[in-house]
Structure formats: structure tokens, C-alpha cells
Design a protein around this ligand. Structure first.
Ligand SMILES: [Fe+2]
Ligand SMILES: [Fe+2]
Length: 244
């Protein structure tokens, strides 16, 4: 099996101003709602929350793309980084849809919330990109906590540790006998990486220092095949972006 990167599950970015505090309060409010709605149904929680988690990267990529077109300037690699984040979150969704089946209510919730969240996040990004990235950083802190709790449920035997879905094995390059636990470890490492990248981006946009060495390593993965055989091209690492 591929190496599971070590994850600092307790990493927390201490808020350093009103923008950070708003981002943290918003995240805590959403966490409260998610805890009431899903309780310990972590498979269902993952499905619904991943449909939300896959939105900010695409919004950030779109806004960065448009800004670079307007200003006729280079993006520093951020468009591709943020698009990859959105794709990675969608792969989390495609994985957990194999593990748990969403209820009709959960599907309705996803449809009802998607445009509200998309437009809300778009507006936030237009007004304050640094707050938007800080919100994602805090969302990802919660995602790490949530997947840590999911692992505890598996380890306690309350959630069956069944075989990893084939799609997940292919994506994270896992062996034939990989289990759900192996997949959740990979997903949690992805979330830790997103957490640090987004906190780093928020700091960079705010003119604050952020050590690229703090970024949690990203598990190796095989990106989905491009449509009609078109070349996806090489994707560069993220550490360089923040170091640049
Ligand atoms: Fe995710
Ligand atoms: Fe994430």
C-alpha cells in the first residue's frame, strides 16, 4: 500500500483579526448544524459535506482565472492547484457514494443548498479572497476532525471495515486488499493538505508570513483519465506555490 502521510490532526490556525474570526465563527456554526443533522452517521455526513467541499476550489479557480485575464498576469499555478482541490473533493464524494447510500432527504438537501452555497461563496470570494480561503482552511480543520471520528468508529467496530471501493483503490493507488479504513486515512490526509494550503493562501493574500514546510504532505494519487484521451499535462506540487 502507498505510504499514508502523517497528519497533525490537531493543527489549528489561531485567528488573527476580524476576518479570521468571522471565518471561524461561520465554520463553527456550520459544524453545529452538521453535528445535529448527521450525528454519528459519518458515511452520510461525508457524502453531503463533500458535495459542499468540492465547490470552493472551483470558485477560487474561476475567480483567479478571471482576475488573471483582466490583469493580464500569471496565476502562479493557483488555478490548477484549486481545480485539483475541487477534483479531489469530488473524488471523495465518488468514493463515499460507494460506501453509504444517501437518503432522499439528503439528496434534496444537496440540491437545495448547492446554489445557495455556490453564490454565497462566490460573493465572499469577490469581496474578500483571504476570508474565503480562511473559511476553507477552517472547514478543512473540521473535515480532519470529522474523519478522525470516522476512523474511531471503524476502530471501535461500530462501522464495518469493508473492502475499499475499486474507484478509491485506483485513485489512491491502494492494493487489492485495501479497506475502508485505508481510504479514510487517505481522505483525511487530503483534507489536512487542503487545510494548510488554504490557510497559507489566506496568509499570503493578507501579507502575512506562512511557512510552506507546515503544509501536510499530499497522498500520491492517479488522477482520473482525461476525457477523449486529451492530455491533462503535468501538475506541479503545491509547496512551490507558497514558497514563490
Ligand atoms: Fe473532502
Ligand atoms: Fe478538503
Amino acid at each position: 500500500m502507498g505510504i499514508v502521510p502523517l497528519v497533525d490532526t490537531r493543527a489549528h490556525f489561531a485567528p488573527q483579526g476580524i476576518s479570521d474570526r468571522i471565518a471561524l465563527a461561520f465554520t463553527r456554526a456550520l459544524r453545529f448544524v452538521a453535528d445535529r443533522f448527521f450525528a454519528r452517521r459519518y458515511g452520510h455526513r461525508a457524502i453531503v459535506l463533500e458535495t459542499v467541499a468540492a465547490v470552493p476550489g472551483m470558485v477560487g479557480a474561476t475567480m483567479t482565472h478571471l482576475r488573471c485575464l483582466r490583469r493580464m498576469e500569471d496565476d502562479g499555478g493557483w488555478i490548477r492547484t484549486l481545480m485539483e482541490e475541487a477534483e479531489n473533493e469530488r473524488m471523495h464524494l465518488m468514493t463515499f457514494i460507494e460506501v453509504a447510500k444517501p437518503s432522499v432527504l439528503e439528496r434534496a438537501l444537496v440540491i437545495g443548498v448547492q446554489w445557495m452555497f455556490y453564490l454565497g461563496f462566490f460573493a465572499l470570494y469577490a469581496v474578500s479572497p483571504r476570508t474565503a480561503h480562511r473559511v476553507v482552511g477552517y472547514f478543512e480543520e473540521e473535515a480532519v476532525a470529522s474523519y478522525t471520528a470516522y476512523l474511531a468508529e471503524i476502530d471501535a467496530g461500530r462501522v464495518a471495515n469493508g473492502p475499499a471501493p475499486a474507484l478509491a483503490r485506483a485513485y489512491w493507488q491502494l492494493p487489492e486488499d485495501a479497506t475502508l479504513r485505508d481510504v479514510v486515512l487517505m481522505v483525511r490526509a487530503d483534507e489536512a493538505h487542503h487545510r494548510d494550503v488554504n490557510h497559507g493562501r489566506a496568509c499570503a493574500l493578507d501579507g502575512r508570513p506562512f511557512d510552506p514546510e507546515r503544509i501536510a504532505p499530499y497522498p500520491a494519487k492517479a488522477p482520473p483519465a482525461p476525457a477523449l484521451g486529451a492530455s491533462a499535462g503535468p501538475a506541479a506540487g503545491t509547496r512551490g506555490r507558497l514558497a514563490a
